[in-house]
Design a protein around this ligand. Structure first.
Ligand code: COA
Length: 258
């Protein structure tokens, strides 16, 4: 894996992807989106990776948005294609991974940056983080799922306000809104992400993948999430992890999931 704009590290089942274009505040250009797709796909297919942490390099930005210089001259159809391809390649792709992805927001998460964090399964932030969807200030709307995922996370009224005022909120407000789960210092951000990742990887990764699918289906129009839950619940009964988890409980020992 040879990437120019991201760094990927893997340590005992926990992978860290760092978006690394600090001079451009880690803005998402086409190449970075493609590299992120490849990295997430490789990690999803690597059975030793149990949790993925996504963060930005430097102390200023997680991601300051889609790279404005790349789309400023786009036509209507190019704009539509940008959103469609980006959603398929990265944002929907992350949301539907079976490997849990945690966003560790270390600074500005604006526009596509907040959309990227919202595509992850949950988010934590450092005290200096600032979040928002400022697209209407550029004469456009969020195109990487922001109009859909922000209301899911914070409710319709708050989402409408944030989008139409193009406001930035700080980390504590984001926690109050339910957009991030924890706020900590910048130094403690990755340690906290790893602590949460460690807690996660003690559990069955097969069951976690099934739970992600069931929770996601709650938000899909054409799918009945309760039905998904029933099917995924049943499937778990056929797995080695279920045998190990229930046997370990009955034998009063800790499970050792494969
Ligand atoms: N796309 C492209 N380049 C971006 C960018 C983006 N979304 N966000 C920041 N950059 C670039 C700047 O152009 C600048 O590049 P330069 O040094 O070559 O001129 C560099 O990153 C540093 O940004 P700068 O604006 O000088 O930093 P700042 O501290 O003054 O302001 C922000 C920080 C985040 C408030 C400001 O960069 C900003 O508003 N960015 C755009 C946010 C946005 O609208 N995102 C949604 C896009 S759809």
């Amino acid at each position: 894996m040879n990437f120019e704009n991201i760094l990927v590290e893997n340590n005992n089942g926990i992978a860290t992807i760092t978006i690394n274009r600090p001079k451009k505040l880690n803005a998402l250009n086409k190449q970075t989106i493609e590299e992120l797709h490849e990295a997430f796909e490789n990690l999803e297919n690597d059975t030793t990776t149990r949790v993925i942490v996504l963060t930005g390099s430097g102390e200023k930005a997680f991601v300051a948005g889609a790279d404005i210089s790349e789309f400023a001259h786009f036509s209507t159809s190019e704009g539509e294609e940008l959103a469609r391809n980006g959603q398929a390649l990265l944002f929907d792709f992350i949301e539907n991974l079976t490997t849990p992805a945690i966003a560790a927001i270390n600074g500005f998460a604006l526009g596509g940056g907040l959309e990227l964090a919202m595509a992850c399964h949950f988010r934590i932030a450092s005290e200096n983080a600032k979040m928002g969807l400022p697209e209407v200030s550029l004469g456009v709307i969020p195109g990487y799922g922001g109009t859909q995922r922000l209301p899911q996370l914070v409710g319709k009224g708050k989402a409408m306000e944030l989008i139409m005022t193009a406001s930035m909120i700080d980390a504590n407000e984001a926690k109050e809104y339910g957009l991030v789960n924890y706020v900590t210092t910048l130094e403690e951000l990755l340690p906290l992400a790893y602590k949460l990742a460690q807690k996660t990887l003690k559990n069955s990764s097969v069951a976690i993948g099934a739970a992600i699918k069931a929770v996601n289906d709650n938000f899909k129009n054409d799918v009945n999430g309760f039905e998904t839950e029933i099917i995924q619940f049943g499937k778990c009964f056929g797995t080695e992890d279920f045998k190990e988890g229930t046997t370990a409980f009955l034998e009063k020992r800790k499970p050792n999931f494969s």
